[in-house]
Design a protein around this ligand. Structure first.
Ligand code: RP5
Length: 159
């Protein structure tokens, strides 16, 4: 199962894209709000308990001084994918990008692009697909559909 968390419900319009990708691939998921700054005790409980609850990959989105993905990664052995979110009062999103990307050695967070929740969902599916043949097959089909869509477009252009 994949767990999608975010610092605030204001992140949901972006983070929903990760959920949609996973739903499209029949991958079980949960979605909730955990704030590193506003609910620190909840953050500790969530991150410490995730592996024991059967979670395999965590996707964590946050904006501003975005400590959520890094703090979660420090508290769990699971892979954590960080989604920097361009929130209302951000410095063009650079605050989110740099605070999620620039992790100290030893505590990795796989950081996707600004507002890149779709790719976070796809990366989670690929991580699961390394062990799960059915999920890997759905990823192959997804990539094939992408290729076919582009081919259709350039064939039309070339006419
Ligand atoms: C972060 O602060 C959240 O991840 C969100 O991106 C940002 C703003 O939160 P709200 O003030 O909209 O709740 O913790």
């Amino acid at each position: 199962m994949v767990s999608i968390i975010m610092g605030s419900d204001s992140d949901l319009p972006i983070m929903r894209e990760a959920a949609e990708v996973l739903e499209g691939m029949d991958i079980p998921l949960e979605v909730t709000v955990v704030s590193a700054h506003r609910t620190p005790d909840r953050l500790f409980d969530y991150a410490k308990g995730a592996a024991g609850r059967g979670i395999q990959v965590i996707i964590a989105g946050a904006g501003g001084a975005a400590h959520l993905p890094g703090m979660v990664a420090s508290l769990t052995p699971l892979p954590v994918i960080g989604v920097p979110i361009k929130s209302r009062n951000s410095i063009d999103g650079w605050d989110s990008v740099l605070s999620i990307l620039q992790m100290p050695g030893g505590i990795p967070v796989a950081t996707v692009a600004l507002d890149g929740a779709k790719n976070a969902g796809l990366l989670a599916a690929r991580i699961l697909g390394a062990q799960d043949e059915a999920v890997r097959g759905r990823m192959v089909a997804y990539q094939e559909a992408l290729r076919a869509a582009v081919e259709t477009k350039y064939r039309k252009l070339e006419k």
